[in-house]
Design a protein around this ligand. Structure first.
Ligand code: HEM
Length: 235
């Protein structure tokens, strides 16, 4: 019963919440639909945290999705031992790279007073959830080897069964507790999506491809740039 609640009901509740509240927020408070960039308050640490974090997390998410969509091709690709080993090593390296980026972003929010001042309680909840989720991913990669192979037999069919509205929980209920926590963590983050700055995931600026370019002119009247150390964007 509890397995059904956790692995069949909870994922749908999280997804429905994400879609409905996401749509509501978009139409009722469109200005908040953004990553709420803090680049003007601090730029240097943001660069070193945000670049590894974003390249890493997007790569990891894509691999999870592709392996679930084409499990046959994925299984064939990893059917040769050296390829499986190469994926394990690369995957772990990317996960650590991602975790370090996120750790830097969190340290930046804790240690820079201006960033700390604009960080909300929900920002902390989101960052903590992401930290635990990526941390668990690293842990699994390290202690539950060959995830690239067993993922297609366990989590992938479960995800496909959820998408096709025929939830089958048997393939995931026998997994170790840490792995189950990682699966549920994914849907917890889906549930947090509409309440946090994570909404920026669906605000990819595609219109930039065709909109006219923007001219930015700095107004450097005496005193106006002092807050930025005399240079806009500087620490
Ligand atoms: C679709 C591709 C993505 C784009 C274009 C994007 C873009 C951005 C931008 C512009 C920022 C603001 C950085 C700043 O303060 O100036 C940001 C922050 C952030 N992004 Fe993304 N992002 C993407 C995907 C993701 C994904 C997949 C996740 C996590 C699942 C994520 C999580 C975050 C978090 C947690 C922050 C806040 C970091 C902080 O300031 O502490 N992003 N993103």
């Amino acid at each position: 019963m509890s397995n059904l609640m956790l692995f069949a009901v909870f994922p749908y509740v999280a997804t429905i919440l994400a879609v409905l509240v996401g749509i509501y927020r978009y139409f009722s408070d469109r200005y908040s639909y953004s990553s709420q960039s803090s680049q003007f308050l601090e730029n240097r640490v943001l660069f070193w945290g945000s670049v590894p974090w974003h390249y890493g997390i997007i790569t990891i998410l894509l691999v999870h999705i592709v392996a679930a969509i084409v499990p046959g091709a994925w299984g064939q690709l990893l059917g040769v031992p050296w390829r499986l080993a190469a994926l394990e090593v690369t995957g772990f390296a990317v996960a650590v790279f991602t975790l370090l980026g996120l750790a830097l972003l969190i340290i930046r929010r804790l240690s820079t007073s201006r960033i700390h001042a604009v960080t909300t309680g929900l920002d902390w909840v989101l960052l903590a959830a992401l930290l635990v989720q990526v941390g668990l991913g690293c842990w699994i990669a390290l202690f539950y080897r060959w995830g690239g192979a067993w993922y297609v037999q366990t989590a992938a069919p479960w995800l496909v069964s959820l998408v096709t509205l025929h939830p089958q929980v048997d393939t995931v209920t026998a997994l170790p507790g840490i792995v189950k926590l990682h699966l549920l963590g994914g849907f917890l983050i889906v549930a947090l999506f509409p309440f946090t700055r994570l909404v920026h995931l669906v605000t990819f600026p595609v219109t930039y491809l065709w909109r006219p370019h923007q001219v930015v002119v700095w107004n450097r009247r005496p005193g106006t740039t002092a807050a930025f150390g005399g240079r806009p964007g500087a620490k």
